[in-house]
Design a protein around this ligand. Structure first.
Ligand code: SF4
Ligand code: SF4
Length: 469
């Protein structure tokens, strides 16, 4: 099966033709979003589900690419339309060398934090079709800007937070992009896969994201463009039947994660913020936990009569995306300190930070399940009115009554939510165990099991109380 997929990817029109198709879809979704401007909160509550762009982007596209990344790697990047846009502008652009700060990875973390604070908290891009469209346009705008200034594919490797998040989740993937035989690469004279001559081709191109296929040991950076597969096959200085060497292969579930590669500082901050983001994503699904989520921020905001959306959003965002996760991350470390000799705080954050990833991924899968199933009733009316404006009004006026999902579906959803989070906690326990064994520390490392216990409980207890009691 994987052989066939690798062969299909090597066809001249693949995967590039899929990118053009997704570009068309991308444009349609943006247009439908732009056509549905509203700032009325009550109206937006329906419009976000009746507008084609908003519904597809947040309830289906986003959940699907997350789940695909967790099981199969960065499959979305293979067909992402933004990649061809930025590659085109890199081809005609200034091709400047990338500065150190860009190569450090901090640009992605800062961009992601900006999206959370300005996009999600300020403009509610996940709930407002118009601002969702502006967000998609902004991503394209940044990709054009970065592509026009810097050499190679700088946007996909060093700026795009979507790809970065998918790269993080692809540590769990069954599949990976590797070479079949490293010896073939060792004796290869042309090194077509990384040759400058092919760097700015739009299809048969050498690697634009600074990878050398023979050295790829994890899934996080490769955008599965298949460029190296094609150059390796087509530009051989001496015919070699063992080429093309790069291919999609089975590496085993969570193989990358169990290799225990520590996070870099910028990556760690990114993971910490995502760990807070998924709490808000899951807790906002149930009215009880949703109220609790707003409790502390409201406590701070009310005495100052702070009604400004942006300041309020910033304070709320800081608490949910930074302070709460930071406290959760610190608990196991502080207890390990109380128990005995332990590692330094920086080492803890970078090494043990990866133990949060399976639970974050599990929570994200849960959110995907909830989003995609709860929006099924809206589909019936979606294509009668793709902007969703009149459908939303009819729902509010009770001219349209939405069907409820059947009981069995809700039961299956509850089962899946619980199972997925339990698996996430189990994987996290295994990661802590492996790191502890590697660290060789005795008593104090036991407290690091609090990572799956404390962080996992935040989701598991909520799901049990909400779906089963
Ligand atoms: S991937 Fe192909 S082109 Fe690149 S070094 Fe290996 S054999 Fe050569
Ligand atoms: S390693 Fe190959 S498939 Fe991966 S990004 Fe580079 S050229 Fe594309």
């Amino acid at each position: 099966m994987l052989k066939q997929i690798s062969r299909a990817i090597s066809w001249s029109f693949m995967p590039v033709s899929l990118k053009y198709l997704s570009l068309v879809a991308y444009v349609i979704l943006i247009i439908t979003g732009l056509a549905a401007y509203s700032t009325d909160a009550a109206f937006l509550r329906e419009l976000r589900n009746t507008n084609l762009g908003n519904l597809i982007v947040w309830s289906y596209w986003w959940p699907v690419i997350i789940v695909l990344a967790i099981f199969f790697g960065r499959i979305w990047c293979m067909i992402c339309p933004v990649e061809i846009i930025t590659t085109f502008f890199a081809k005609i652009g200034l091709k400047r060398k990338r500065p150190k700060w860009l190569l450090s990875g901090w640009a992605i973390t800062v961009f992601y934090i900006l999206i959370l604070f300005v996009g999600i908290q300020g403009f509610a891009i996940h709930r407002n079709p118009f601002f969702m469209a502006i967000y998609l346009l902004a991503i394209v705008g940044v990709s054009i800007l970065v592509g026009s200034i810097y050499e190679k594919n700088t946007f996909c490797r060093y700026v795009c937070p979507v790809g970065y998040l998918l790269g993080l989740y692809s540590r769990l993937s069954f599949l990976g992009w590797r070479v079949k035989d490293k010896n073939v690469c060792a004796t290869c004279k042309d090194k077509s896969c990384i040759h400058k001559k092919y760097q700015y081709n739009l299809n048969y191109k050498s690697c634009g994201v600074d990878l050398y296929p023979a050295n790829i040991t994890d899934n996080s950076r490769c955008i599965l463009c298949a460029g190296c597969l094609k150059t390796c096959s087509s530009y051989q200085s001496q015919p070699n039947e063992n080429r093309p060497n790069p291919h999609l292969t089975y590496i085993g579930f969570a193989n990358d994660l169990f290799r225990l590669k520590p996070l870099k500082m910028a990556e760690m901050v990114f993971v910490l913020v995502v760990s807070g983001f998924v709490i808000s994503e899951i807790w906002s699904e149930w009215s009880v936990t949703d109220k609790f989520l707003g409790f502390i921020p409201n406590l701070i905001l009310t005495p100052f009569s702070q009604n400004n959306n942006f300041i309020g959003g910033f304070i709320k965002g800081s608490i949910i995306f930074a302070i709460i996760p930071l406290i959760i991350w610190l608990v196991p470390f502080l207890i390990s300190r109380l128990i005995g000799k332990t590692i330094k705080i920086k080492e803890y954050f970078l090494k043990y930070g990866i133990a949060f990833i399976p639970i974050i991924a599990a929570a994200h899968i849960d959110k995907s399940i909830l989003k995609s199933t709860s929006r099924i009733p809206y589909f019936e009316h979606l294509f009668d009115d793709i902007t969703g404006v009149s459908t939303a009004q009819k729902i509010i006026d009770e001219e349209i009554v939405l069907q409820q999902n059947p009981f069995w579906l809700n039961f299956v959803v509850s089962l899946l939510l619980t199972l997925v989070i339990v698996i996430g906690i189990g994987l996290s326990i295994k990661v802590v165990k492996l790191i502890n064994q590697k660290q060789g520390l005795e008593k104090s490392t036991k407290s690091f099991y609090l990572i799956p216990v404390v962080y996992g409980s935040i989701f598991l207890i909520m799901i049990l109380a909400w779906r089963w009691l």
